[in-house]
Design a protein around this ligand. Structure first.
Ligand code: NAP
Length: 244
């Protein structure tokens, strides 16, 4: 296989699906992974990529996924999300476990499994999709804040530890992006999810995908360490200007 290969986790929806499309349009062969294989197969057919089932919280699933990936030049650690906005005083530890497992351990599992292939490519790149929640705490965000802060920490450690290897590491931290994120966070409550974006023009999944595509298009000696991308009307985790 001479074409460069990008692996995108959580590609059945939102930022991951948009990133897969943007990368494919830029010449990458894209391997898309997530739990909803039907969606992935439709996407892979559209972009000429490869669909593989992946549950980043399951060791065996990650091992099977990584074994099926022949070559990996770019890994986009995108699978993740939030559940609930429960205040810390009433913390639901199952919500915390879910968020830690998918965002933190999921990123560790997939990165660890694909690192040998990334390094062997001679010009590997890991892009991890963090969040403004990785930079700033906000009320109701404790579990997600903790998970995204941890994901950011492990991403920065990876950069330090593999500095002598031909590997670039980038963390992209978006603000509000209109995807299925809020629908997942509010357990399918569409009305509540829509309120999150009321009165603002949020980022689209394509806006973030374009940043991923650009980072991956740079010459091998250029490492974008971190990038924050916000809607114009958002200037912090809880600083949002809404039009009436
Ligand atoms: P989304 O539309 O809900 O997409 C989340 C993706 O993650 C889906 O494809 C989902 O696929 C996948 N996923 C969830 N659990 C998984 C698991 N156990 N194994 C494999 N894949 C899994 O949300 P999104 O906004 O695109 O989120 C993408 C990333 O951006 C997440 O890391 C999120 O934290 C981050 N982010 C989002 C926002 C925002 O405002 N939307 C802002 C900052 C950061 P399946 O359900 O099919 O497995």
């Amino acid at each position: 296989m001479t074409q460069r290969v990008a692996v995108v986790t959580g590609a059945s929806s939102g930022i991951g699906a948009a990133a897969a499309r943007a990368l494919a349009a830029d010449g990458w062969h894209v391997v898309v992974g997530a739990r909803r294989l039907d969606r992935l197969e439709t996407l892979a057919a559209e972009i000429g990529g490869t669909a593989l089932a992946l549950d980043v919280t399951d060791d065996a699933s990650v091992d099977a996924f990584a074994a099926a990936v022949e070559r990996c030049d770019l890994l986009v650690n995108n699978a993740g999300g939030a559940v609930g906005t429960t205040p810390l005083a009433e913390a639901d530890l199952d919500e915390w476990r879910w968020m830690y497992d998918v965002n933190v351990l999921g990123t560790v599992r997939v990165t660890k499994a694909l690192l040998p292939k990334l390094v062997a490519s001679g010009d590997g790149l890991v892009v991890t999709i963090g969040s403004i929640a990785a930079r700033e705490p906000y009320k109701g965000g404790a579990g997600y804040n903790a998970a995204k802060h941890a994901e950011a920490a492990l991403t920065r450690v990876l950069r330090l530890e593999l500095l002598e290897q031909p590997l670039r590491v980038c963390e992209i931290d978006p603000g509000m992006v209109e995807t299925e994120f809020s629908l997942v966070r509010f357990a399918g409550d569409a009305e509540r999810a829509a309120k999150v974006y009321e009165g603002i023009t949020p980022l689209s999944a394509e806006d973030v995908a374009e940043a991923i595509r650009w980072v991956a298009s740079l010459p091998a000696h250029v490492n974008i360490d971190t990038m924050m991308i916000m809607p114009r009307s958002q200037a912090g985790a809880s600083v949002v200007h809404r039009e009436p």
